[in-house]
Ligand binder design. Structure first.
Ligand code: SF4
Ligand code: FES
Length: 247
């Protein structure tokens, strides 16, 4: 395939950015989207030009590092898929593809397509540790937890912290991300000790970092590569209201 790409270039956090045009020839349908960007970068490096900066690590959909908005959609057109798992067979010969970074006040651009997501780390740190007030670590199999509860907690723990939910939200809200972290701990016995403190501290930290509120439009759920359900946000709100009442 031959493709035209419009890619966001920005030299640094305070520099002005712009979309620049690139051509990609001989693109195999079997390439991943990031491999296609690697090929463009090899061409730029051969010409002595600055390579396009973008984040990636595992390239198998589990680390949450890749963070590209493809044609206006965080992680691109495939549902439940990270952009590192998006393949070029999804596009047609002659297509023009626009690639931009996550856009949110709390995720400032570092360079080109890379953004600073340490605000997510601060939310996780605000959530704190899990206390286990006992002697030796108990065997996991001796703590009775119903299978449907375990599965629900595990589904929430699938969040990879990529930030696509924030990038898709017009309020740049981190509610889906936080609600996944809250749900996966609050459903389990191990998450009970800090239950009230955790939710209050995480929401306070998100406010301090400039994330917005949730207006229940569901864009976050639609782009989440791990298909975290928006119902978790209702659970988090219940946890927050209860925490404020009992504190
Ligand atoms: S909730 Fe989904 S979109 Fe948001 S950080 Fe977690 S995995 Fe990414
Ligand atoms: S590079 Fe790890 S999830 Fe995409």
């Amino acid at each position: 395939m031959r493709l035209k790409l419009r890619i966001w270039r920005q030299a640094g956090p305070t520099a002005a950015g712009r979309l620049e045009d690139y051509r990609a020839d001989d693109v195999s349908p079997d390439m991943s989207f990031l491999e296609m960007l690697d090929v463009i970068n090899e061409g730029l490096i051969r010409k002595g030009q600055d390579a396009i900066a973008f984040d990636s690590d595992c390239r198998e959909g589990i680390c949450g590092m890749c963070s590209l908005v493809v044609d206006g959609v965080p992680h691109g057109p495939d549902r439940g898929t990270t952009v590192c798992q998006l393949h070029m067979r999804r596009f047609k010969d002659g297509d023009t593809i626009t690639v931009e970074p996550w856009r949110a006040k709390a995720f400032p651009v570092i360079k080109d397509l890379t953004v600073d997501r340490t605000s997510f780390d601060r939310i996780i740190a605000a959530g704190g540790y899990v206390s286990v007030n006992c002697g030796g670590a108990p065997d996991g199999n001796t703590i009775p937890i119903a299978k449907d509860v375990v599965e629900s907690a595990m589904d929430s723990a699938a969040c990879i912290g990529c930030g696509a939910c924030v990038a898709a939200c017009k309020n740049a809200s981190a509610h889906l991300f936080m609600s996944a972290k809250i749900a996966h701990l609050v459903l389990l016995p191990q998450g009970q000790v800090e239950r009230t403190r955790r939710v209050v501290n995480m929401i306070r930290q998100a406010d301090a970092d400039g994330f917005g509120s949730c207006s229940n439009e569901g864009e976050c759920e639609a782009v989440c590569p791990k298909e975290i359900p928006i119902s978790n946000i209702a659970r988090m709100t219940r946890e927050y209201v209860t925490a404020m009442l009992v504190r």
